[in-house]
Design a binder for this molecule. Structure first.
Ligand code: ADP
Ligand code: ADP
Length: 841
């Protein structure tokens, strides 16, 4: 990097600070209502961003209760006070319900406590109740101050100085019950907990034929139930927003017995806590169990998940979401004027947006009203497009129409996996196959990628063949990196032999290159003139034309899990030398998501001891050695995993190819860590993308840090390798794979319908596309048009959206970095949403 660059960076940093100065301001942060995983990550981000811009940040303990009580409940936060909380579930500042705050008297006290400390900016992390309370407080603020002045509690100068209260909300709720936001903080983690249980049930149920009735949270909102049902292909789901039709008892029993007849050993029924029938009468898990036992005589078990869903460590998605929202909340507070209404920061697609708080709350209450009035269609609609899409997708995939009701298209559609395996590929295949069958096509599976294609490894695949595929890791069809270029002749011949009318490719960068080759060969082989579409599936997330790819989320979770395991294991070894034997680091989940092994931590008693001992050490906080972990991530030249893994795990540095670094950067990073270790913080994490630099290898960095850190910290190194390709896909990847592939299949059906009668040649660019997520939309982009956006040498898109999040990680690690103030500092309307929304991705 030359001096100019450094100078430029400094200038832009200064500009950003001018914009965003928090000097003289005080921000209060509280968590309120029910707790959710990821709240701590949000608190951490608010505190650190607040301090970064020069503001004072105060913890307000125990929600509104602490605000009303004041005293030691309102304490200034320091940088270190939020260290090591990113991975902790729940909320370290406590959450409570508070009756007093519902009264003006209580709020008067709260106002006094805030004014005393000069706090006029409030960041509330909670559900719609908490946010409503915040808004009422904001509206009353000046009146409350006048009253305090009249009572002689404060003087006129204080009234003037603190005339306005700015309020920004972040929705923390596992239920995802807040209208206007795609995902609330905690929802994804709750889905992780639910899916872990489903996977566990799956393994225990192999030997018995059983029906499981699984009750998940959601008193008023069926999101968790619906998305879990999608993610595990449940046989039936009960939601408050969409009660089953009259006579559902019989329909459900028929469905269950049909599935049994197809030799399915396990039936899963998912019930939202607030499930109702069309008469608004509750439908309970027990009722369902009794019905199944009485009508069908099946061995049936009820599992009520309860608070387990709020527990455990937050998922990578929630940590990233909460970190982004926390930073955005501070920015929104600093940009607020007396005229700006209270807002909620949230994520739409992968964009941070600000929404008017009052309207969101209103809409959320409207859903409840619609349900109370039995306007269920309205309720589903009000929940937003993504909810509707989820519901429709679930119905399409779970319920097979009888053959005689399906209108045959007389088309053959083939599905193929290409490239390295990625978690979620099988979910994508299952969904394509089922949607295809429902659309009347004959579905063909191609095994072992283009290699198998050329050799004719092609077979018809049926509805039942893909049963239970959503939860399976790797690629069941088999996948190879081979490109089609050399065997075009054979592939064309196979296309002819099997009369393939359309092709769906699920894969990563090789799939993309393959699609380009097929496209270029269309003028030589007319067999290739059929609609072709690819959906991106690769842990590296480097496919041009899409912000996300299937498998990347699972990989991110593997990185955060692996880091935590590494920390635990190293502490363990400090105390128990008998563990100083080679131990492979496995993610500490019961989900067994490590490919190539049948055993993971938690599934083996011996290793259970390790985990328990680790936990004990962690609890007693006796792991006091200062230690830096250096972890190498996959991704080829694409730094997505290192960067986002860094954000999710709270890394001190993440070396990626996209942002060149030199010895001076390394030196300053080491110095930074040395400084950090002088504080109470004992842990450091450095991520290195596998191809970030030819010469600054992981070993080099490890040795450099070890040498320079001598006497201050020691280092541990870990190369994650293929573990990141994941065994069990994360809920996000299961759903993303399911939905994007269903959409791709829909596109194929539409194209085929446009050309009735066989023999039509598709030659236009837009008949050979990549389906990807761009900002908030699912977009089909002709593969040839993506050429210009591709860096072929390094196999990455020329522009990568997540690079703009890089400063965020640095800021949260106490570096100075210029953060683009906001993607949108305007309030967005709540209603109009993109048409083909990527749903709650
Ligand atoms: P959630 O935020 O999860 O929806 P609640 O509805 O229980 O949870 O609200 C949490 C707290 O927010 C309440 O205990 C109360 O202190 C405060 N609150 C909720 N609604 C209001 C309101 N209308 N006015 C004032 N405070 C409220
Ligand atoms: P079907 O329509 O034949 O039920 P699905 O693809 O919907 O086929 O399969 C879902 C079924 O797979 C579940 O009802 C259950 O029997 C089984 N299954 C069990 N555990 C899992 C899991 N962890 N992930 C996915 N499917 C599972």
């Amino acid at each position: 990097m030359d001096d100019d660059d450094v100078a430029n960076r400094k200038v832009s940093f200064r500009k950003c600070l001018e914009h965003l100065s928090g000097a003289g301001k005080a921000i209060g942060v509280l968590t309120s209502g029910g707790d959710a995983q990821g709240m701590n990550a949000a608190v951490r981000a608010v505190v650190r961003m607040g301090i970064y811009v020069g503001a004072k940040v105060y913890f307000i303990y125990e929600g509104y209760q602490g605000m009303v009580d004041g005293g030691r409940n309102i304490v200034e936060a320091s940088w270190e006070s939020v260290s090591s909380i990113l991975q902790v579930g729940g909320t370290i500042i406590g959450s409570a319900r508070c009756k007093a705050f519902r009264t003006r008297e209580g709020r008067l006290k709260a106002a006094q406590n805030l004014v005393q400390r000069g706090i006029t900016n409030l960041c509330v992390i909670g559900g719609d109740g908490s946010l409503t309370g915040a808004n009422i407080f904001r509206k009353e603020w000046s009146g409350l101050l006048e009253e305090l002045a009249q009572n002689g509690e404060i003087d006129q100068e204080q009234v003037q100085k603190h005339a306005y209260l700015n309020v920004v909300g972040m929705v923390g709720s596992i239920d995802n019950d807040f209208c206007g936001t795609d995902m609330t903080i905690g929802t994804d983690s709750a889905l992780h907990r639910i899916i872990e249980v489903v996977d566990a049930i799956m393994t225990t149920a192999q030997s018995h034929q059983r029906t499981f009735v699984l009750e998940v949270m959601g008193r008023h909102c069926g999101y968790l139930a619906l998305v879990s049902a999608l993610a595990c292909g449940a046989d039936w789901v009960f939601l408050p927003e969409s009660p089953p039709e009259e006579g559902w008892q019989e329909d459900m029993c028929i469905k269950l017995s049909e599935n049994r007849a197809r030799k399915k050993r396990l039936n899963i029924i998912i019930v939202a806590e607030g499930a109702i029938d069309t008469q608004n009468k509750p439908i309970t898990s027990e009722q369902i169990k009794e019905l199944v036992v009485k009508q069908l005589g099946y061995d049936t078990r009820v599992t009520i998940l309860g608070h387990v869903q709020r527990g455990g460590t937050p998922s990578a998605f929630d940590r990233i979401l909460a970190s982004r929202m926390g930073v955005e909340a501070v920015v929104a507070l600093l940009q607020a004027t007396p005229e700006t209404p209270a807002c909620v920061v949230s994520l739409s697609g992968n964009q941070a947006v600000r929404l008017p708080l009052v309207e969101c709350v209103q809409m959320t209450q409207d859903v409840q009203k619609a349900m109370d009035e039995r306007r269920f269609k309205d309720a589903v609609q009000l929940r937003g497009r993504s909810f509707e899409t989820n519901l429709n997708t679930y119905k399409r995939l779970a319920i097979k129409l009888p053959d005689d009701q399906i209108v045959k298209s007389n088309c053959n559609v083939a599905v193929i996996n290409v490239g390295a395996p990625a978690a979620g590929m099988n979910a994508a295949v299952r969904s394509a196959v089922r949607v295809g069958i429902a659309d009347g096509h004959k579905m063909l599976a191609i095994y072992d990628g283009f290699e198998g294609f050329a050799k004719g490894q092609i077979k018809e695949i049926g509805w039942g063949d893909v049963g239970g595929w959503t939860g399976q890791g790797g690629s069941i069809l088999g996948t190879k990196r081979t490109l089609p270029g050399k065997s075009l002749e054979d592939i064309a011949a196979q296309m002819r032999t099997h009369s393939i009318n359309a092709l769906l490719i699920i894969g990563g960068f090789e799939a993309y290159l393959g699609l380009l080759e097929l496209s270029a060969a269309r003028d030589r082989y007319e067999e290739l003139c059929v609609p072709m579409v690819m959906v991106p599936a690769t842990v590296s997330n480097n496919v041009p034309g899409s912000d996300f790819s299937i498998g990347a989320d699972t990989a991110l979770n593997t990185i955060t899990d692996a880091f935590e395991s590494a920390v635990l294991l190293s502490d363990l070894r400090d105390h128990h030398p008998e563990f100083c034997i080679p131990i492979c680091i496995l993610p500490t989940t019961i989900s067994n998501n490590v490919p190539g092994t049948d055993v993971s931590l938690g599934s083996d008693t011996g290793l259970n001891v390790v985990v328990e001992t680790c936990d004990r050490i962690k609890q007693s906080a006796s792991g006091t050695k200062r230690r830096v972990f250096i972890i190498e991530t996959m991704g080829g030249y694409c730094g997505y995993l290192a960067n986002m893994g860094g954000l999710a795990a709270g890394a001190d540095a993440a070396y990626i190819f996209e942002e060149p670094f030199d010895i001076r950067d390394l030196q300053s990073n080491v110095e930074h860590l040395t400084e950090k270790m002088k504080t109470t913080i004992q842990r450091g994490l450095v991520l290195r993308n596998e191809s970030c630099s030819e010469n600054y290898t992981t070993d080099f960095i490890y040795q450099l840090y070890s040498e320079e850190g001598k006497g201050v910290f020691d280092c541990r190194k870990n190369v994650l390798g293929h573990m990141q390709q994941g065994g069990a896909p994360s809920p996000f990847d299961r759903n993303f794979g399911t939905k994007i592939s269903a959409r791709a299949m829909q596109w194929i059906s539409t194209k085929l319908k446009e050309a009735p009668g066989k023999g039509k040649r598709f030659t236009s660019e837009d008949s050979i596309c990549v389906l990807g997520i761009s900002k908030r939309n699912l977009l089909f982009q002709p593969v040839t048009q993506l050429r210009k956006d591709t860096d072929f040498e390094h196999r990455i898109p020329k522009e990568q959206w997540w690079l703009k999040l890089r400063p965020l990680m640095k800021i949260l690690a106490k570096y100075k970095a210029s953060y683009e103030v906001s993607e949108s500092n305007q309030l967005e309307p709540v209603h109009p949403r993109g048409h083909e929304e990527p749903a709650a991705i």
